[in-house]
Each structure stands twice: as structure tokens, then as C-alpha cells.
Design a protein around this ligand. Structure first.
Ligand SMILES: CC(C)(COP(=O)(O)OP(=O)(O)OC[C@H]1O[C@@H](n2cnc3c(N)ncnc32)[C@H](O)[C@@H]1OP(=O)(O)O)[C@@H](O)C(=O)NCCC(=O)NCCS
Length: 153
């Protein structure tokens, strides 16, 4: 029985049968807080669930959260999306989950009639930069340690 569960789990991962679900603060506290800390080296970030929040989406394989993104709007413009955080559990990386999450975020922004999506990325985060560029983001500003990227919709 146990083997069957593991096998079905692996099959879903292989076929990338992800489910996407909106999450709130309490789901974050119970299910994503540790992953968030592991990925971004910071504990609870008050800036996550503010009035700027547009959508927080978790990607699930069966009931297991494997990645998430948090979309906000710019404080001075409700029609510009900000991909505030996107992350995939290290155990599940390199399997296309980041790509699926970013496609989901872009679709969400289009549905909301956003004009563009902005994000910040550290210059040394080559994998994330590759993922963003592949999805049509372009550098619009260069700071000392990070870039500001934008995708027009
Ligand atoms: C960036 C991140 C979300 C990518 O997630 P992922 O699920 O591994 O991404 P994917 O599997 O969809 O791969 C996306 C692209 O990156 C490439 N990639 C993924 N892991 C890689 C690695 N270790 N080395 C080189 N390229 C890699 C993939 O090959 C793919 O490009 P391709 O389609 O041209 O081959 C993930 O690395 C992550 O969570 N990083 C830590 C958090 C972070 O930095 N977030 C972004 C800033 S907020």
C-alpha cells in the first residue's frame, strides 16, 4: 500500500500533475513558513499579506506544497503586478514547476488586465534570471546587486 502511494506520487511528479490553490496567511503559517525561510533566509515577512497582495498561489502534488508565488500590485499603481516571491522546494526543482508557476502568474495578471509584471532579482540568481528571460521579462533597471525586470502584457 505504502509503495503504491509513493508510486502514484512519483507518477504525478513525472507528469507534473500540479494543482494550484490560493492560500492565505493561516495556510502560510501552517504549510509554507519553513520552506519560505529556507528559500529566502528570512522568517515571517510582514510585507507578504498586506493590502498590496493580489494573489498567493501554492502548487500542490497531491496534498504536498511544492512551490508557490506571491503576487502584489505596485503601491503606486494597481495595474502593475509585482511578482514579489516565487519559489520551489529544492527537492522538486528542475522539473518544470517554476515554469508552471510563472505561467500561472502571467495568466493571473492578464486576467486582471494588468499592463505589466515587475520583479526584482539578485544578479547572482542565474537560474531565476534564466527562467524570467525565457518567459519574456526584460531588464528595465540595474541596481548594484539586483536587476528590476519587467514583462509587458
Ligand atoms: C528559480 C526557481 C523558482 C526555479 O524553479 P524550478 O522548478 O527549478 O524551475 P524549472 O524546473 O521550471 O526550470 C526553469 C529553468 O531553469 C533551469 N534550471 C533549473 N534548475 C537549474 C539548475 N540547477 N541549473 C541550471 N539551470 C536550471 C531549467 O533548465 C529551466 O530552463 P530550460 O527550460 O531552459 O531548461 C527555483 O530555483 C527556486 O525556488 N529558487 C530559490 C528561490 C528564488 O531564487 N526565487 C526567485 C527570486 S524571488
Amino acid at each position: 500500500m505504502k509503495t503504491n502511494i509513493v508510486e502514484s506520487y512519483l507518477l504525478e511528479l513525472q507528469e507534473l500533475n500540479l494543482r494550484f490553490k490560493e492560500f492565505d496567511h493561516s495556510y502560510f503559517e501552517d504549510n509554507l513558513k519553513n520552506l519560505y525561510k529556507q528559500l529566502f533566509h528570512t522568517t515571517y515577512d510582514k510585507r507578504l499579506f498586506t493590502s498590496l497582495l493580489v494573489k498567493a498561489i501554492v502548487a500542490l502534488i497531491q496534498q504536498t506544497p511544492v512551490g508557490f508565488y506571491i503576487l502584489q500590485h505596485r503601491h503606486d499603481n494597481t495595474k502593475i503586478g509585482v511578482l514579489y516571491k516565487i519559489g520551489v522546494d529544492p527537492k522538486f526543482r528542475g522539473k518544470g514547476i517554476g515554469q508552471k508557476l510563472i505561467e500561472h502568474a502571467i495568466k493571473t495578471c492578464k486576467q486582471l488586465n494588468f499592463k505589466c509584471i515587475d520583479l526584482d532579482v539578485d544578479k547572482d540568481n542565474k537560474i531565476a534570471i534564466h527562467l524570467y528571460m525565457k518567459n519574456g521579462f526584460k531588464i528595465i533597471e540595474e541596481m548594484k546587486d539586483w536587476y528590476i525586470l519587467r514583462k509587458k502584457l
